[in-house]
Design a protein around this ligand. Structure first.
Ligand code: NAP
Length: 250
């Protein structure tokens, strides 16, 4: 890996935390955001520092423009340079419900973070990384979901729709900045064993659904992080606008 540092949104737990640990092990300093879990952010900070890298934990809401700008500005101040690797990871599913039972507030919250927040994060990244704006170029990876093609009926159709938007913005962003030194790709994880299922109200969801996965099990956050690492690395230098399923064949 080359470049001064990586930014990871929603980095304190789950897939984001696995990315932070892996990128730090590859020699990058890390700035990451989180929403509320100070203890998880502090633990991750210690792990990154134990790997010999700098860690900047920023408590900021990625569903808001102020929060996204706060993360990038804090990173500007700490590292004195633009990031070269950005992982747009922060996301929520909302509670499991049929659409007929959802409130407008629940639908809005998922859309604000997963769609608006992702676009704003990409905007801040491009403003700093674009070679046309004097930046160093680099890589952006968005975290979409297999839900984008499964549709998630009876669980979280609003979430699936938001991840469809993430996949589509990946295609458009990749073409928009291809001549500005930035590659934009996405991963689409399937059933991954993190706290997100408990937050949705179904802590046993991976155990319950893993028989539907062709590989016969849920995936780990580390397996998703490895795919993201490849998309950010020089080894994928001719890959942009790609949505890479990490879903055990589902
Ligand atoms: P997770 O275990 O629930 O972790 C979510 C992380 O995002 C936490 O660090 C959390 O911080 C942070 N976060 C949540 N809302 C935020 C906000 N508004 N602003 C800033 N940070 C926020 O989730 P995960 O399973 O790792 O999911 C990560 C991404 O992968 C999401 O985009 C998700 O949709 C996607 N994904 C997951 C799966 C899966 O099966 N796990 C499958 C497909 C796609 P706090 O701890 O402080 O709240």
């Amino acid at each position: 890996m080359t470049g001064p540092y990586a930014i990871v949104t929603g980095g304190s737990r789950g897939i984001g935390a696995a990315c932070c640990r892996l990128l730090a092990a590859k020699g990058l300093d890390i700035a990451f955001s989180y929403r509320g879990d100070d203890a998880a952010a502090a633990a991750l900070t210690r792990q990154i520092e134990a790997a010999g890298r700098q860690a900047l934990a920023v408590k900021a809401d990625m569903a808001t423009e102020d929060g996204v700008v706060q993360l990038f500005t804090a990173a500007d101040d700490r590292f004195g340079a633009p990031p070269t690797h950005v992982i747009v990871n922060a996301g929520i599913t909302g509670k499991i419900r049929r659409v007929a039972d959802m409130s407008a507030t629940e639908i809005q919250a998922v859309t604000d973070l997963n769609v608006v927040g992702a676009l704003l994060t990409a905007r801040e990244a491009i403003r700093r990384m674009s070679t046309e704006r004097g930046g160093p170029g680099g890589g952006i990876v968005l975290v979409s979901s297999a839900a984008a093609w499964l549709g998630s009926p009876n669980e979280f159709v609003h979430y699936a729709a938001s991840k469809g938007a993430v996949s589509t913005m990946t295609l458009g962003l990749a073409k928009e900045v291809a001549r500005e030194g930035i590659r934009v790709n996405a991963v689409a994880p399937g059933l991954i064993d993190t706290d997100i299922h408990a937050s949705a109200g179904a802590p046993d969801r991976v155990d319950r659904l893993q028989s539907l996965v062709p590989l016969g099990r849920g995936g780990t956050a580390e397996e998703v992080a490895e795919a993201i690492l490849w998309l950010l690395s020089a080894e994928s230098s001719y890959v942009t606008g790609t949505i890479l399923p990490v879903s055990g064949g589902r």
